[in-house]
Design a protein around this ligand. Structure first.
Ligand code: ADP
Length: 200
C-alpha cells in the first residue's frame, strides 16, 4: 500500500494537495477534520464534543481521535493506499497509526511536510474562512491553532525523520507547482516498490 501522511500547519494546503494525490495515484483519503465537521453537521454526540475543541482551536484527546481513525481505516480494507490528512497531529497518534498499519501488514511510505511562511498561512486561512464558513477560520482561533501546531504537532517532523520517511516540500507557489514536487516524490516511491517486487 502507498500510505502517505500529508503534514503541515493549518492553511498549508493539506486538503487541496490530498485531493490531487488521491486522483493521480488512485488512493483513498482520510481527513480527520472532515470526519469531525460531518459529525458536527449531523449533530451527533461526537460532533458536540468535537465542536468544543475545534471552536477553541484545540486538539481532540488522542484516545478519541485514534479510535475514530481506526474506524475509518477499517472502512478502507481493499485500498491501494491512504492519504492521511490531519492525522497524526501528536507523537502518540503517530505511534498509534504505525501500530494500526503494521497490524494490517503495511506502514507509512512517506510523510510530506508542507512548508509555508506564517503570514501566508494566516492570509490563506482568513481567505478560506470567507467561503468555507468554518467556525475555526477566524483570527483568534487561527492564533491558537498555530500555537498548538508548533507545540504539539511540529515535533512529528523529528519522529518521521527517525522513521526515515520524512520529506519536506516547499509549500509556497501555485497549487500546480507544489503538486509537481509531490508527484515527483510519489512517482519515485512507486518506481522503487515496483523494482523491489521485480527483483525479489
Ligand atoms: P487545519 O486546517 O487546521 O489543518 P483540520 O480540518 O485538519 O484543519 O482540523 C480542524 C480541527 O479538527 C483541528 O483544529 C482540531 O481541533 C480537530 N482535529 C482534526 N484532526 C485532529 C487530530 N488528529 N487530533 C486532534 N484533533 C484533531
Amino acid at each position: 500500500m502507498l500510505n502517505v501522511v500529508i503534514f503541515g500547519a493549518p492553511g498549508s494546503g493539506k486538503g487541496t494537495q490530498s485531493e490531487l494525490i488521491m486522483k493521480e495515484f488512485e488512493l483513498d483519503h482520510i481527513s480527520t477534520g472532515e470526519v469531525l465537521r460531518n459529525e458536527i453537521r449531523e449533530g451527533t454526540e461526537l460532533g458536540k464534543i468535537a465542536d468544543e475543541y475545534i471552536s477553541k482551536g484545540q486538539l481532540l484527546p488522542d484516545e478519541l481521535i485514534i479510535d475514530i481513525l481506526g474506524k475509518e481505516l477499517d472502512g478502507k480494507k481493499d485500498s491501494k493506499g491512504v492519504v492521511f490528512d490531519g492525522f497524526p497531529r501528536t507523537i502518540p497518534q503517530a505511534k498509534a497509526l504505525k501500530k494500526m498499519l503494521n497490524e494490517r501488514g503495511t506502514d507509512v511510505a512517506v510523510m510530506l511536510d508542507l512548508h509555508v511562511e506564517e503570514d501566508e498561512l494566516v492570509r490563506r486561512i482568513l481567505e478560506r474562512g470567507k467561503l468555507s464558513g468554518r467556525q475555526d477560520d477566524n483570527l483568534e482561533t487561527i492564533k491558537s491553532r498555530l500555537e498548538v501546531y508548533h507545540n504539539q504537532t511540529a515535533p512529528l517532523a523529528g519522529y518521521y525523520r527517525e522513521e526515515g520517511t520524512y520529506h519536506a516540500i516547499r509549500g509556497g507557489g501555485t497549487i500546480e507547482d507544489i503538486f509537481g514536487l509531490i508527484k515527483k516524490k510519489l512517482d519515485s516511491l512507486v518506481t522503487d516498490s515496483q523494482d523491489t517486487q521485480a527483483h525479489g
